[in-house]
Design a binder for this molecule. Structure first.
Ligand SMILES: [Zn+2]
Length: 180
C-alpha cells in the first residue's frame, strides 16, 4: 500500500465518537482526557482509563485507514483492559497505521462536557496528542464546548468527544471503469 516516491500521496478522512458516563462522586476524583489528568467531581466509568478523547481519535484514525474500530481492535469487554492507558492504545494504533502505509495528517477533536472545565487543559491535550501521533501540535486541534444544559451531557452525566482525522500516504484510487 505504500506509495513509491513518485506517487502522489492520497488522503483519507475518518470520524470517531465516544461517550463515557460519570461514576459516583468521590473526593480527589479525576478524569483523563488525551492523557491529561484533570480534577473532577467524579471519575468516568468504562473499560480502560475511560479517556473519551483518546478513544474518539483512535476510532477516527482506524476509520480513515479502514482498519476497523477500537472495540474490535482492543476488546472493550476484556477485563484485562481495566485501567489501561488509552494513550498507549493510541500509539499502538499509529504504529499499526504506519505499518499499513498511512500516517496521521491532522486531527480535530471536540470535547462536550458540562464539567469539569476542559478549556484550561486544551494546550496540554494538544501536545499530548501531537506526541502520540508523531505530528506537530499545530496539526492537532482540541475544542471544548457544552450543550447549554441540554440532555445527559448537559446534566453532567458524562463526557462526549468527537474526532475527525486525516491520514495520508495511500495511493490515489484508480478510475472506476463502467461495465460494458
Ligand atoms: Zn471509550
Amino acid at each position: 500500500m505504500s506509495p513509491s516516491p513518485s506517487t502522489p500521496e492520497w488522503p483519507r478522512v475518518g470520524s470517531g465518537i465516544d461517550v463515557h458516563a460519570f461514576g459516583a462522586p468521590a473526593p480527589d476524583a479525576t478524569v483523563v482526557l488525551a492523557g491529561v489528568r484533570i480534577a473532577a467531581d467524579a471519575p468516568l466509568e468504562g473499560h480502560s482509563d475511560a479517556d473519551v478523547v483518546a478513544h474518539a481519535v483512535i476510532d477516527a484514525l482506524l476509520g480513515a485507514a479502514g482498519l476497523g474500530d477500537i472495540g474490535t481492535r482492543f476488546g472493550v469487554d476484556d477485563p484485562a483492559m481495566d485501567g489501561a492507558d488509552s494513550m498507549r492504545m493510541l500509539r499502538e494504533v499509529v504504529t499499526e497505521l504506519r505499518a499499513a502505509g498511512w500516517r496521521p495528517g491532522n486531527v480535530d477533536v471536540t470535547v462536550v462536557a458540562a464539567r469539569p472545565r476542559v478549556a484550561p487543559h486544551r494546550d496540554a491535550m494538544r501536545e499530548a496528542l501531537a506526541i502520540a501521533l508523531g505530528i506537530a501540535p499545530d496539526a492537532v486541534s482540541v475544542k471544548a464546548t457544552t450543550t447549554d444544559g441540554l440532555g445527559s451531557i448537559g446534566r453532567a452525566e458524562g463526557i462526549a468527544a468527537w474526532a475527525v482525522a486525516l491520514v495520508v500516504g495511500g495511493e490515489r484510487p484508480g478510475p472506476v471503469v463502467a461495465a460494458e
